[in-house]
Design a binder for this molecule. Structure first.
Ligand code: BG6
Length: 468
């Protein structure tokens, strides 16, 4: 048992967070280019205009990936580099950039894993018809995906259609923290459904255009426990899974919605609007794998008192996170048995194993961990070395949990850490670091390998045996 011989030891990034070059070589404007410049929307007004300047330094970055022995690199394509207006004319400079990146990766035997949508929607489509709120986007997204399949599908085998629909829809339409900054549950439910239909359409195109490829989407996964054995807390846990977990996995991986939650949402909000042909389409669009982004678990309790959304810890002041919940359904409370990060995310390696066991029971599909990692302010010693021991400890324990899961029968294809290099955290700026490679923002974005870089190199070399 243990990790298969061709296990994808990977690491990930996303275009807006790493590339920079926001208006270079014909790239169009995305909703994040616009939103991050509205005062008060991001941590200290940070944005991805320059990010880690990976757009201009990709060769240097891929070289260090190669030296590390990385087997897979997950990155996203900026829709606005390929189609500056989201539709219409192709920007061939954008195609050229991703071709160069892919070829560079292949030169070092690194398997590219492409994410088609990691939240940077073309602003033009937002302005024209409200972006994901309109079914018009299905056609445009499909066309964009087909251009990518046509141009990169000969060399790229692994594809992720949409990254964390639950996060960008929740933050964009329930609590107004991401663009377009809306707080409206009905609209949020409609948008969520449209993403699931778009996902299905893209999978159908993929089957025709990249017949030997593998495709799935990535969901942010927070497995959970009940705060107590009381009937109230157990019901709250069921509500959490139905409304916040299976609500997202089911339409993407089973082509349907959890029935009780669907009834509740239709009665309460009159949404989502599901056309008969949607279900047929979603059911027939089979994913090859489930992508999960795993960082932490949740502790769930009854919420009769009606706690709603109370804010997030976005500055790394440990303990500042307040309780959040959905009135009448559930609330998330602190798990006293677990350690927390400075951003108040529970550290729970066994939650990853447990979560994968739950997914296997429900969907019986292979799994690709498309993100896992520790966000922290890394220590730099007097010699300028970054000994990010906390990150090594975090990753080690999660990799051990993967090994256990494999021994319990989980078909795990790969493990991508978040992130390869320090990059922009959407709401936490550059302060919250995740990478193996440090980017000196005071010194021309010079790269420096951290202790975790050398540690992961050994992990890869030993195929997950040497974790010390
Ligand atoms: C996931 C996203 O939600 O988590 C990434 O796919 C993101 O884009 C990562 O950066 C970590 O979240 P955060 O908020 O700590 O940057």
């Amino acid at each position: 048992m243990g990790f298969q011989k061709d296990f994808l030891w990977g690491s990930a990034t996303a275009a807006y967070q790493v590339e920079g070059g926001w208006n270079q070589d014909g790239k169009g404007v995305s909703i994040w280019d616009t939103y991050s410049k509205i005062p008060g929307t991001t941590y200290n007004g940070t944005n991805g205009d320059i990010a880690a300047d990976h757009y201009n330094r990709y060769k240097e970055d891929v070289k260090t990936m190669g030296e590390m022995g990385l087997k897979a690199y997950r990155f996203s394509i900026a829709w606005t580099r390929i189609l500056p207006n989201g539709r219409g004319d192709i920007n061939y400079k954008g195609i050229e950039f991703y071709n160069n990146l892919i070829n560079e990766l292949l030169k070092y035997n690194i398997e590219p894993i492409i994410t088609l949508y990691h939240w940077d929607l073309p602003q033009n489509l937002q302005d024209k018809y409200g972006g994901w709120e309109s079914r018009e986007i299905i056609k445009d997204f499909k066309k964009y995906a087909e251009i990518c399949f046509e141009n990169f599908g000969d060399r790229v085998k692994y594809w992720i259609v949409i990254n964390e629909p639950n996060v960008f829809v929740g933050l964009g339409y329930d609590i107004a923290l991401h663009p377009p900054g809306v707080k409206d549950k009905k609209r949020s439910l409609e948008v969520g459904h449209i993403t699931a239909v778009a996902n299905a359409e893209v999978i159908h195109s993929f089957r025709k255009m990249v017949p030997d490829g593998k495709i799935g989407s990535s969901i942010a996964y927070g497995p959970a426990y009940s705060a107590s054995d009381s009937e109230e807390d157990k019901l709250a846990l069921k509500n959490y899974y139905d409304h916040a977990v299976w609500w997202w996995f089911d339409p993407y991986f089973k082509g349907e919605y959890p029935q009780e939650a669907l009834k509740y949402n239709i009665e309460k909000y009159g949404a989502p609007t599901i056309l008969d042909e949607d279900i047929e389409l979603m059911k027939s669009a089979k994913s090859d794998f489930i992508g999960i982004n795993y960082y932490c678990t949740q502790m769930i309790a009854d919420n009769k008192e009606g706690i709603g959304y109370n804010g997030m810890n976005n500055d790394g002041k440990k303990g500042s996170q307040k309780e959040n919940g959905v009135p009448g359904l559930f609330k998330q409370i602190r798990n006293t048995k677990l350690e927390y990060t400075d951003w108040d995310w529970a550290i729970d390696p066994d939650g990853l194993r447990y979560g994968m066991v739950q997914l296997k029971k429900r969907y019986n599909l292979p799994i690709l961990i498309s993100e896992n990692g520790l966000g922290a302010v890394d220590p730099i010693d007097e010699n300028g070395e970054i000994k990010d021991i906390a990150r090594i400890d975090y990753l080690r324990e999660h990799i051990k949990a993967c090994k256990k899961a494999i021994d319990e029968g989980i078909e795990l294809w790969g493990y991508c850490t978040w992130s390869y290099i320090d990059l922009l955290s959407w709401l936490n700026g550059y302060k919250k670091q995740y990478g193996f490679v440090y980017v000196d923002r005071n010194n021309n974005l010079t790269r420096r390998k951290k202790a975790s870089y050398f540690w992961y190199k050994k992990v890869i070399e030993s195929n997950g045996e040497d974790l010390d």
